[in-house]
Every structure is written in structure tokens, then in C-alpha cells.
Design a protein around this ligand. Structure first.
Ligand SMILES: NC(=O)c1ccc[n+]([C@@H]2O[C@H](COP(=O)([O-])OP(=O)(O)OC[C@H]3O[C@@H](n4cnc5c(N)ncnc54)[C@H](O)[C@@H]3O)[C@@H](O)[C@H]2O)c1
Length: 465
């Protein structure tokens, strides 16, 4: 049953029993390193028939003898048993492996190149080998890329090599999927069977179905997405893990250096799953501002300095935020118009706090460059501003009052470009209701779903199709 066209499967998020009922798959795995060996052993344990392929003769020989080339808990015994049962074999013959299997996982290394970008040489070599072997085979074949790659690699680099080299047609007799790997060395076998989820990057229904069969023994949801989203999210995961570790280490070092016990503070910090360990503050949007964030970042960096603790990550946070503001200014300037309607001026919607407001900084920079600006904000009223709020405005944009207009329609009529700086339902609703519309630069993501109504530019995202 393995080479025929399979029935369509339910939507993303499935791990259904009927996938299990299709039985084992003949799978070749290219690259018998940590990812490849663990995948090979786990899939063979799940009764799939696995051929491990590697250019290292030593690894192939060890696997042939039922020995694991890498050390991971439970792995040696799993490999010994899989080889003894005949569910796992190893070879250096890529051509033979392709002819004898219906699906290939690619798990070769993608090490850092001299400039920090990922080195794709191993990957391209394997893909060329697979493409060439496919010329000598008639049945359909599925290629699943598991190596970590820069976003865009599968579609822009690997697929063209595969299609040209094999002479096959995508989604007819050749199926390609990007399937990120989430295992961690040290707990890789457990992670293989219980990942956070399984992500299959493919827009093709049949490809999804074919690859999903492989994971019938794996817990959790199977999610389907575009190939680029699957590639991108893997990179985001690893970078975010690195960022979290560096943050925890730098922050704790500052506290420790200043004579406080970081562990107690960190335990409390971790208890907050509303704002700290949560989705909060992780969606792309405009720069941060307000009376607390920029100030307290500076304060922690200063505390570190006072105690001789170097904090390159913490010290770069406000600089990163400034770059985001520069990006917003550049995007507005790129539109090539002079009359601008800026919607929202306080540091976020729902408040009249202008302290460290990125919208206020943007407005000041636009007027300094001679743009003809009108500003609408549903809450900010110059006559009500007092204390530190007023002092801040006086410092950053003393003539703010000249640009504020309390009539939203008048501001919109003025603008050849509408710049949205507040994710305010009121503003969004108003924009949608208007018959005459100007191009939009969206700094906060409020109009993404309405992008078709506008000539639309997102600050660092594309409009939703
Ligand atoms: N190690 C991890 O914890 C982990 C986790 C998730 C993702 N990844 C990613 O998975 C990929 C593999 O990582 P790894 O740590 O298993 O790599 P590794 O370096 O341990 O193993 C790679 C293997 O590929 C083999 N190889 C190279 N060219 C080949 C070819 N033409 N044909 C067959 N085999 C070939 C090498 O001989 C080696 O045995 C990388 O992209 C990595 O970033 C790794």
C-alpha cells in the first residue's frame, strides 16, 4: 500500500488512529549523527523499516554491528534490538537506500560558516544524491528535511536541485516537507516521542498525509504550516532559548554582584505566567515605551556597571528598541508623501501617558524633517497633561499641541498616508468605515486582517493574504 496515492486526511492537528492503521513505512535517514541515530532508533522501534545512511564508514559499521555511534540514554539498547530484529540497517550507498525506501529524512549537519551563516554543503550533497537516485526509480518518493536551515532554504535551494536532478514533478511523484526537529541531546529519545508538537511544513495535502504516517507513535498535535513558517519557527525556538538563558544569566549576575540572592527572585519571577512566562510581549509590533520599561532596563544595566558586571545583552535592549523606531521612520519616509496622519501619540492605546512614547519620538522626528503632520489620539488632551508627563512632552516635542487634532476625520482627510501607532479598536473601526482611504503604514498590527482594503505596509510583517 505504500506507493499508492493515499486518502486525504483530516485538517491540521490530527494524530488519528487511521494513520496508525497504515502500518510501517520504508524510511531512509541521511546523516547518522544525534538527530539521525535517535530518529532511526525511535522509528525502527515503532516498527518502521529504517535504513541509516552516512558517509562515515565507521558509523555505518558500528550501526551494522548493532552499536550506537552516539551516546544517549536508552539509545544503545534500542539500536541493538532494532538491528537484531532487522528493522534497522545501515549503509553508505545512498542510491540503494533511495531505491529501497519510500520516504527519506535528511538529518545531516548544518554547521556555522565563517560569517555565522549556516553551511549548507552537506545538505546540498545529500539532495543531489537523492535526486540522482530518483531517476532510477518510478514510484513516488517523499523527502523530509529535518536539518535546521535558514528560512527559505527548502523552497529556494533544495527543491530546485531535487526537481531538476530527478526530473520529477512536485506533489505528483515527488513530495517535499520541512519537519523541524525538537529533540535535546541528553533526553533525546524521550523528546522524540513527546515533542511539544510535530510540525509539518507543507501546503500539499498528500505530502502532509504521507509524512504524518511516520509519526503515529509520537505524542502531541501534528500541525501543518507553510514550509517557510516551519523553517522560521525552528530558528526562532533556538534563538529564543539562547536569549532566555543569556537573560537569566546576565540578570542573575547583576543581582548576585550587588549582593542579592537571584534564585529567590527568579523563583518568584517564574511564578508569573500572566506577563512573564506567557504569550505577553512576544507579538511583533511597535517599539516599547512608557515610564517603566526603558528606565528599568537602564537601571539594571547601571547596577551591573556599578558592581563590575558586564551585561552586553541587557545593555543592547534599549538600543534594539531605538533601531525599531528608526525602522518605523524609514518605512514612513519610504512612502514618499509629505502629509501624514499619525493615529495614536501616547506610549500605547488606552492611556494618556506620553513618557518615552515611541509615537511621540516618531512625531518629533517627522516634524523636525519638515513633514506636514496631524495627530489624533482619543485620550491625550494637552490641557490635562501634568507632572512628569508634561515635562517629558516639553522636552521631546514642545510644540505637540500644534499638531494634535481632536477630530479623527479631519486628521484622516489631511493624511496622504495614515500611520497607525495604536492598536485601538476605535481607530480601526473608523478606518474601515471610511469610503475614502489613504495608504496605511501599520506600526502595531491592528489592521493586518483588513489589509485587502488598504494599500498596506506592516512595520516588520507582510499583510495577511
Ligand atoms: N543535535 C541536536 O540536538 C539537534 C536538535 C535539533 C536539530 N538539529 C539539527 O539537525 C541537524 C543534524 O544535527 P546532528 O547534531 O545530528 O549532526 P551531526 O553532526 O551529529 O551528524 C551529521 C551526520 O551527517 C553525516 N553526513 C554528512 N554528509 C552526509 C551525506 N552526504 N550523506 C549521509 N550522511 C552525511 C555526517 O557524517 C554525520 O554523521 C543539524 O542541522 C542540526 O542543527 C540538531
Amino acid at each position: 500500500m505504500v506507493d499508492g496515492v493515499l486518502p486525504l486526511q483530516p485538517a491540521a492537528g490530527t494524530n488519528a488512529d487511521f494513520i496508525r492503521s497504515w502500518g510501517h513505512m520504508r524510511t531512509s535517514i541521511f546523516g547518522m549523527g544525534y538527530v539521525g541515530c535517535v530518529s532511526a532508533a525511535c522509528l525502527a522501534t515503532e516498527s518502521h523499516r529504517v535504513i541509516g545512511v552516512d558517509i562515515s564508514e565507521q558509523k555505518v559499521r558500528m550501526l551494522g554491528e548493532g552499536r550506537s555511534p552516539v551516546e544517549e540514554e536508552a539509545l544503545p539498547e534500542m539500536i541493538r534490538q532494532a538491528v537484531a530484529r532487522g528493522h534497522l540497517t545501515a549503509t553508505g550507498d545512498a542510491h540503494r537506500a533511495i531505491l529501497d525506501t519510500e520516504l527519506s529524512l535528511i538529518a545531516v549537519g548544518t554547521p556555522s560558516g565563517a560569517d555565522g551563516s549556516l553551511e549548507l554543503g552537506f545538505l546540498k550533497n545529500v539532495v543531489r544524491e537523492i535526486a540522482s537516485a530518483l531517476r532510477d526509480k518510478t514510484s513516488p518518493h517523499v523527502v523530509v528535511v529535518r536539518s535546521t536551515v535558514p528560512p527559505g532554504t527548502t523552497e529556494r535551494i533544495l527543491m530546485p536541485i531535487l526537481l531538476e536532478g530527478s526530473g520529477r514533478t512536485l506533489n505528483r511523484d515527488l513530495f517535499v516537507c520541512y519537519n523541524p526537529e525538537f529533540l535535546r541531546e541528553g533526553s533525546s529519545v524521550k523528546d522524540f516521542f513527546a515533542p511539544p508538537f510535530t510540525i509539518l511544513g507543507t501546503e500539499d495535502e498528500q505530502t502532509f498525509t504521507r509524512v504524518a504516517r511516520l509519526y503515529h507513535g509520537v505524542k502531541g498535535e501534528i500541525l501543518r504550516c507553510s514550509i517557510q513558517a516551519a523553517e522560521s519557527m525552528k530558528t526562532l525556538c533556538n534563538v529564543f532559548h539562547a536569549l532566555k538563558i543569556a537573560f537569566a544569566n546576565e540578570a542573575a549576575s547583576v543581582l548576585h554582584g550587588s549582593g542579592c540572592n537571584p534564585m529567590e527572585a527568579v523563583e518568584l519571577f517564574l511564578k508569573d505566567d500572566k506577563l512573564n512566562i506567557s504569550r505577553a510581549y512576544l507579538k511583533p509590533g511597535f517599539a516599547f515605551g512608557g515610564s517603566c520599561l526603558p528606565k528599568d532596563v537602564n537601571a539594571l544595566v547601571a547596577l551591573g556597571k556599578a558592581h563590575g558586571v558586564v551585561t552586553p545583552l541587557l545593555a543592547s535592549i534599549n538600543a534594539s528598541n531605538d533601531s525599531h523606531l528608526d525602522r518605523a521612520l524609514a518605512l514612513v519616509e519610504k512612502q514618499g508623501v509629505r502629509k501624514i496622519a499619525l493615529l495614536g501619540i501616547s506610549f500605547k492605546s488606552g492611556t494618556d501617558d506620553l513618557r518615552e512614547s515611541p509615537a511621540l519620538r516618531l512625531a518629533a522626528r517627522l516634524t523636525a524633517k519638515g513633514y506636514d503632520l496631524r495627530i489624533f489620539d482619543p485620550i491625550v488632551c494637552m490641557h490635562n497633561l501634568v507632572g512628569a508627563n508634561l515635562t517629558h512632552v516639553a522636552r521631546v516635542m514642545p510644540d505637540l499641541e500644534n499638531y494634535l487634532d481632536y477630530d479623527l476625520d479631519r486628521v484622516l482627510d489631511h493624511g496622504e498616508l495614515w500611520v497607525i501607532a495604536h492598536a485601538s479598536p476605535q481607530i480601526r473601526k473608523h478606518l474601515l468605515a471610511r469610503t475614502h482611504k489613504a495608504p496605511v503604514v501599520d506600526l502595531v498590527g491592528t489592521s493586518i486582517q483588513d489589509a485587502t482594503y488598504f494599500s498596506y505596509q506592516g512595520l516588520c510583517w507582510m499583510p495577511t493574504p
